[in-house]
Design a binder for this molecule. Structure first.
Ligand code: PLP
Length: 342
């Protein structure tokens, strides 16, 4: 029997064959190290064009690494970060923003993972008082940790509000491709609403490749040096860069993300008539969060890999990936129906 798909994480997926092929093709003879190679030049140019970036692109290994680099690129020594309580930098990065960047995270409860000008404004009293942490930037996640997605209009409102309030904007784009596929927009349309943002390759079919997009030349400043200090400068950069060229080729990134999103939608659509199961957040990317009776979760986890979320024993996160087969979604749905309360 072929192995069933995990619904635990888009990180459980393997790599897309085109990505592996691109790495194989980059494995031809010697190339100068640390990014002075033709693959890095090509992928940087492709990403700069796609993001309408006038600054620079910096390849790194991990999403957490991109976040740390992005925050440290934008923050002053005394700057603090406003973010949603649910932000990955707050909940899942082992305190690296605090430890490695040396900043304070000013969290805001955001019920669907999305910040608004009103929520950000809650954290502004105290600005320009030396006794308080001084917000320097706002960190958003697109698509969010709850599988929701900012519309372009919502992003624009946040960006304009932030800039009018003297705050810069960082977007954690570990799943930016899922958002762009949902919004049916260019990567550049989202990037217009950020000063610096990350672009995740790993969850989209790469092996371990993320990019930090620094939108304007005046912000590039010290990122070159910070990346090295933060141990994210790849000596054999060509293999990271080649993965991005593969994803950019013929819009593979959008196809992969679109498929993952469609599989999450298929799963969500099949849940409507399951007694005792309800969808917890709008399904706008490749994640389905659902309330499920704990007894049923236990039964399903005998055959399927997925996680309960946060402290709740009844909230689950089901993730689809670029290679999730529709048949596995249907088989999973059949088991959800079979184990439901009658
Ligand atoms: C929203 C978000 N940002 C960043 C990351 C970090 O990525 P990595 O595990 O590659 O450090 C993740 C990983 O799951 C994520 O979901």
């Amino acid at each position: 029997m072929t192995q069933r798909k995990s619904f635990g994480s888009d990180n459980h997926a393997g790599a897309h064959p085109a990505v592996l092929q691109a790495m194989l093709e980059a494995n031809s003879g010697d190339a100068v190290a640390y990014g002075a190679d033709k693959w890095t030049a090509l992928a940087s140019a492709e990403l700069r064009q796609a993001f309408r970036c006038e600054g620079e692109v910096f390849f790194v290994f991990t999403g957490g690494g991109a976040n740390i680099l992005g925050l440290s690129a934008l923050l002053s020594r005394h700057g603090a970060v406003i973010c949603a309580e649910s932000a990955h930098i707050n909940t899942d990065e082992c305190g690296s923003a605090e430890r490695l960047v040396g900043t304070k995270l000013l969290q805001v409860p955001a019920p669907d993972g999305k910040l608004t000008p009103e929520l950000i404004a809650q954290r502004l009293p105290g600005s320009r008082d030396e006794h308080f942490s001084q917000p320097g930037l706002v960190a958003l996640t697109q698509s969010t940790e709850f599988g929701t997605c900012y519309s372009l209009e919502e992003l624009r409102k946040v960006y304009d509000f932030c800039h009018a309030s003297g705050l810069l904007v960082y977007i954690d784009g570990a799943r930016l491709s899922n958002a762009a596929a949902t919004l049916d927009c260019d990567l550049g349309d989202i990037a217009e609403c950020a000063d610096v943002l990350s672009f995740g390759g790993t969850k989209n079919g790469a092996v371990g490749a993320e990019a930090l997009i620094v939108m304007r030349p005046d912000t590039v400043g010290s990122v070159l040096y910070l990346r090295k200090q933060q141990t994210q400068l790849a000596s054999k950069m060509r293999f990271v860069a080649a993965q991005f060229s593969a994803l950019m080729q013929d819009g593979l990134w959008r196809k992969n993300a679109g498929h993952a999103n469609a599989m999450a939608r298929r799963l969500a659509d099949g849940l409507h008539d399951v007694p005792g199961v309800s969808i917890a957040y709008p399904v706008q990317a490749n994640a389905v969060f659902a309330q499920v009776p704990p007894r049923q979760i236990e039964a399903l986890q005998r055959d399927w890999i997925f996680e309960t979320w946060g402290e709740s024993k009844s909230l689950v996160r089901w993730m689809a990936a670029f290679d999730t087969p529709p048949a596995d979604v249907d088989a999973f749905l059949a088991d959800i129906h079979a184990t439901a309360d009658s």
